[in-house]
Design a protein around this ligand. Structure first.
Ligand code: HT7
Ligand code: ZN
Length: 853
């Protein structure tokens, strides 16, 4: 397969200022008639090259006349003499046979599109690259009974009826856009309408389109949309620019959602919610994704990317924006904890493995493999660091400059950084390494204080690990927020400081420090790095109780738990007492809210413990973690029961306080159960049966599914029967079982893959079983190697249907270097088997090949 390199970027030879698209829509055969106005860009005399993927031209005309053309692979090549022409093509496509879910496809009887990154070329011939910006006029014609609703980008222009039960509609998008933002939907849909008046007085018609039966589940998404629109005006000064904003929910979708101009298309899991079927986490994710896609209207659509290597320009920035939005809606501390946990769970392992890449990659074979946690989440951290260094006023001035300077263009990461430099009056030359160097920097921090002196000395050292293709790294700029505390009375030695560590090693002196201080470092997770300190268990316990930065407090507790578990894995024995005492203090601290307590008392995951070890021992980690859970459960049973009772609610509410209480309730139930209380399963079953919301019900189901009580099968059956016609909830049924810590999880998962409701054709369902199982460290890494074989078999089957989704599920196999020789060999063997499979997609080829290196 062909490797595309960032350094090879060339401006397009031809621009397409306008396109008129005519769709004769039908699930079996859709005819696409396109008229492109093309203009030569620069003096190159080359022919017009239009990308296609699986298309055969039925006719090609230039300026109204039959034209000469030839195919170069999938590319349509049309020789043109002049500087401007009208090029007309006709193709036929088959939406109902499109299992890749890229281009125009059928989902639940409706038709919809997904064009990012390179799906438009599966609809019509076009220069499918983000730096070709075009005005779209779209006409759709379809059977009126099957497809009564016809939507596209921009504003509706006209519509009407035709003979033979058909109808048509025309839409016009006044904003030039790259073709990856094109969208069309035809279907039998109901709408929840709303309005939003922008600060300059434009009344925007909002619509959330779903199947009739789901209409009652759209209110939360609609409210989130209005809140996002107001937030972007207030915080970034960004106003919406069209008269309509539509969102359509579909069940079959490769990703979370898509920011098509004026017509977002969503995976239904990020739209539909009611208390009976959606957890609090689902509600929050819906608001976050609705905000994310809406924010793209400026960071992505008005200003798009020059090429796909710049993907983090729109994604990193937009994730940062949606994270800030969500932080403003509830507890900012808990949101930061969740975001850092997600970064550590998905991005740190990526950065430490064979698929590591910088947030601005240098090459790829298949761009859809680069919609990664690195581009999105690390990209957001890089923006966050610049925001921290600039401070709020200058950061806002810098984003204003960026939006005004690059509006209507296809920009680069470099353009963004230059705006930060100019408006922030700061030199970011060395900081730019965050865009080009992969790998998670490590910082060792050691604090010394001589007894009787008034001075403390902090020594910081950084290193950036080698990553594929980048053996030697330069030191980076790491903004670290620091504070020193007195362990005698908990007071601080001076205010928080922001230290920019830019050398390999640096010493910082603190004056006025009259006793041995305790170091609070990387407060708020100000830099996405790993910190290693020589802080004792007593220091960590102290910070977990007294640090005034909630993130640092959480972090101290996590480190204490981690150190305890690692000692258990390495030495077979470990002292649980400091963790038990620290958890007891947190549980008993009345100044803390329930949501924070619930996060702080959770043990780091088995995967995260594994990530800290030279060689992962999945069985030992599981054993040690379960032992600590059991001890915590038993020793603090009274406190867990108190917390459980205190967070009981009479009635469902969606306030931050009620959500926090529910979370703490289920966490407490988990510990009561882990402690072996004889009534635990009964308590869980009662919660399961009496729940008036999905958080409580699924929380209790998770506890039961982990155990071996006779209530387990009963609860799983009740849950299945109650929700057998709700795909999104059935996904939870599959993933709850795939994530179970039981000894027989692998057998169960193999059986579930044969269940009548399991299908690889639906990405959510595939992820709910196969994706969830592959992050269940102990079950997936079963010493027999059966887990690896199961994953490889599923991936090979899925690759035939939907290579993009299959390739995204491959990375757990690529972590083979982190395991013992026997497991590593078995994992490698599965990767080799995948690579040797005839007809493998380039998506899978790239992931498997890189994973073996
Ligand atoms: N920008 C969107 C990316 C996306 C996507 C990428 C590859 C394949 C399918 C896809 N669907 C959506 C989503 C976002 O970041 O907002
Ligand atoms: Zn995005």
């Amino acid at each position: 397969p062909h490797v595309i390199r960032r350094e090879d970027y060339r401006a397009p030879d031809w621009m397409v200022p306008e396109i008129a698209l005519d769709f004769d829509l039908d699930a079996a055969v859709t005819t696409v008639h396109a008229v492109l106005k093309v203009e030569r860009n620069g003096s190159d005399a080359g022919p017009l090259r239009l990308d296609g993927d699986g298309l055969t031209p039925e006719s090609v005309r230039v300026d109204g006349r039959e034209a000469e053309y030839h195919m170069d692979g999938d590319t349509l090549v049309v020789p043109l003499d002049g500087a401007m022409h009208h090029v007309e093509t006709v193709v036929r496509i088959a939406p109902e046979r499109n299992t890749q879910l890229m281009g125009l496809y059928a989902s639940g009887g409706n038709l919809c599109t997904q064009c990012e990154a390179e799906g438009f070329r599966r609809i019509t011939f076009f220069p499918d690259r983000p730096d070709v910006l075009t005005r779209y006029r779209v006409r759709m014609e379809a059977d009126k009974t099957r497809y009564p609703v016809l939507l596209s980008n921009g504003d509706p222009v006209a519509s009407g009826d035709l003979d033979h039960g058909r109808h048509w509609a025309e839409w016009n998008d006044p904003f030039p856009k790259p073709c990856y933002l094109f969208a069309l939907v035809a279907g039998d849909l109901a709408v929840n309408r709303g309005t939003f008046t922008t600060r300059s007085g434009r009344e925007v018609q909002l619509g959330i389109w779903v199947r009739e039966k789901d209409l009652a589940k759209t209110e939360h998404a609609l409210e989130a949309l209005k809140t996002s629109m107001a937030w972007d005006e207030r915080v970034y000064g960004r106003e919406y620019d069209l008269d309509v904003f539509n969102i359509v929910a579909v069940d079959d979708f490769n990703f979370g959602a898509m920011e098509n101009k004026g017509l977002n298309i969503f995976n239904s899991r990020y739209i539909l919610a009611d208390p009976d079927t959606a957890t609090d986490q689902d509600y929050d994710a819906i608001a976050g994704v609705v905000a994310h896609e809406y924010f793209h209207n400026w960071s992505g659509n008005r200003i798009t990317c020059r090429d796909w290597f710049q993907l983090s320009l729109k994604e990193g920035f937009t994730v940062f924006r949606d994270q800030s939005f969500s932080a403003d809606q509830g507890s900012a501390a808990v949101k930061r904890i969740e975001d850092v946990r997600a970064l550590r769970a998905a991005q740190f392992p990526e950065d430490a493995g064979p698929l590591a890449h910088p947030i601005r990659p240098d090459s790829f074979i298949e761009i859809s493999n680069f919609y990664t946690a690195t581009i999105y989440n690390k990209g957001a951290e890089v923006i966050r660091m610049m925001a921290t260094m600039l401070g709020p006023q200058k950061f806002r001035a810098a984003t204003d400059l960026y939006f005004s300077r690059f509006d209507g263009t296809a920009a680069t990461c470099e353009d963004f950084v230059r705006c930060m430099e100019e408006a922030g009056e700061i030199d970011l030359s060395q900081f730019r390494l965050w865009y080009s160097q992969a790998g998670t920097p490590r910082v060792t921090a050691s604090l010394s204080h001589e007894q009787g002196s008034d001075r403390a000395l902090l020594t910081l050292r950084q290193s950036v690990p080698a990553t594929p293709g980048q053996p030697d790294k330069q030191p980076m700029v790491l903004p670290l927020k620091l504070k020193l505390f007195s362990e005698t009375d908990g007071s601080a030695f001076g205010p928080e400081q922001l230290v920019l560590l830019s050398d390999l090693e640096s010493e910082i002196a603190f004056e006025g420090v009259s006793e041995r201080p305790v170091l609070s470092i990387n407060r708020g997770f100000s830099a996405p790095v790993v910190i290693e300190t020589d802080r004792s268990a007593a220091d960590l316990a102290f910070l977990s109780a007294h640090d005034d930065d909630p993130f640092a407090r959480y972090e101290a507790m996590q480190q204490l738990m981690l150190d305890t578990m690692i000692a258990g894995v390495l030495h077979g024995r470990t002292d649980h007492a400091p963790v038990i005492e620290a958890v007891a203090n947190t549980l008993g601290d009345e100044r803390l809210d329930a949501a924070f307590i619930a996060e702080a008392v959770l043990l780091p995951s088995e995967n995260f413990v594994g990530d800290q070890m030279a060689t992962v021992d999945p069985d030992a980690i599981h054993r040690v973690r379960e032992a600590l859970r059991r001890d915590l459960g038993r020793s603090l049973e009274g406190l867990w029961r108190q917390a459980y009772e205190a967070s009981r609610a009479d009635r469902f509410e969606l306030t931050p306080a009620a959500k926090g209480a529910r979370r703490l309730r289920t966490v407490s139930l988990g510990y009561i159960n882990a402690g072996g209380a004889p009534d635990a399963a009964g308590l869980a079953f009662l919660q399961f049966e009496q729940a008036d919301n999905m958080s409580d019900r699924q929380g209790a189901l998770g506890v039961l599914a982990n155990g071996s009580s006779d209530k387990r099968v009963a609860a799983l059956d009740i849950f299945y029967n109650r929700y057998s016609d709700n795909g999104l909830v059935l996904d939870k049924w599959f993933s709850t079982q795939a994530l179970s810590g039981r000894d027989d999880t692998l057998d169960q998962v193999e059986q579930l893959a044969r269940h009548k409701d399991f299908t690889l054709a639906n990405p959510n369902r595939a992820r709910s079983l196969v994706g969830a199982f592959s992050v269940n460290q102990r079950a997936f890494h079963d010493a027999s190697g059966r887990g690896y074989r199961f994953l490889a078999d599923q991936l090979l089957a899925l690759d035939k249907l939907n290579p993009q989704t299959a390739a995204k599920l491959l990375p757990p196999l690529g972590r083979w270097r982190r395991f013992d020789a026997d497991r590593a060999e078995k994992m490698r063997a599965e990767l080799e088997r995948i690579l040797a499979t005839p007809g493998l997609s380039k998506d899978m080829f790239e992931q498997a090949e890189r994973s073996l290196k």
